[in-house]
Design a binder for this molecule. Structure first.
Ligand code: GLP
Length: 241
């Protein structure tokens, strides 16, 4: 794992957006894996800025998101469909047909998981997966204890994850209890991974990532098994490491 230390959230966003733009300029048909959460927001804002200034085209880009809440419709303000639409997709020229997220309202959720995994495969796999990390080490919504063999599947969200994400909802009871997430194996199948980490609340997770053994009780440790992982972390996130 290559670690790039930066001073601040803004610097992390700057380095991350440049990293992504460089990949797109080498391959304008890149298959990009997107993450949600607070961490990548600044990166996405800078991608939009670059799109406006430099006309970086997303016409041939295909996107896959890591996860979606079960029970929220695509136009629910807290769905990850809406997050991506509002924060990135509506501001760039990516064709709607190229955008993929799991459907949290699918009637047959098991089939939806299988189809999503297959869709990634038929598109040739993800070239660059952007990731954040939960305070408990979750990646996507793969909570501690998830087997490293998992493909896209349904998860019951940990209490701490629901509490952490409650800030986006009017109260914790509105945070869905389950989600569809790409599995750890699905994430490891990506050709390259970019992990973004910022802030003191992630310092313990970063310390564990850098020092602990590979262990399914700390899902992000699976990244140590991948040959091409870059971590861009700010000083606060690295303050325990
Ligand atoms: C969420 C998402 C993850 C995200 C993580 C951290 O629950 N499912 O993809 O990386 O938690 O979120 P944040 O960046 O807001 O700290």
């Amino acid at each position: 794992m290559k670690i790039i230390q930066v001073n601040s959230y803004q610097d992390m966003s700057q380095r991350a957006s440049q990293f992504i733009i460089n990949k797109i300029s080498n391959n304008n048909a890149l298959k990009l894996g997107f993450a949600t959460g607070g961490t990548p927001k600044g990166t996405y804002e800078l991608l939009i800025e670059d799109y406006k200034q430099n006309q970086t085209s997303y016409q041939n880009i295909t996107s896959f998101n890591l996860d979606e809440y079960i029970g929220l419709s695509k136009d629910h303000p807290n769905s990850y469909h809406q997050y991506m639409e509002q924060i990135l997709f509506q501001h760039i020229d990516i064709p709607k047909a190229n955008i993929h997220l799991p459907d949290g309202l699918a009637t047959d959720i098991a089939l939806e998981c299988k189809n999503y995994e297959e869709l990634i495969e038929v598109n040739g796999g993800i070239d660059l997966q952007i990731l954040g990390i939960g305070e408990n080490g979750h990646i996507g919504f793969n909570e501690p204890g998830t087997s490293f063999d998992t493909l896209t599947h349904v998860v019951k969200l940990a209490k701490s994850t629901r509490e952490a994400n409650a800030r986006y909802f009017s109260n914790i009871n509105e945070v869905p209890t389950h989600a569809i997430t790409m599995g750890i194996q699905s994430i490891l199948k990506s050709k390259e991974i970019l992990l973004l980490v910022s802030g003191e609340n992630k310092a313990e997770a970063v310390k564990r990532l850098l020092t602990d053994d590979v262990d399914s009780n700390f899902p992000a440790s699976a990244l140590k098994k991948h040959p091409r992982v870059t971590i861009i972390a700010d000083k606060l996130a690295l303050s325990n490491a």
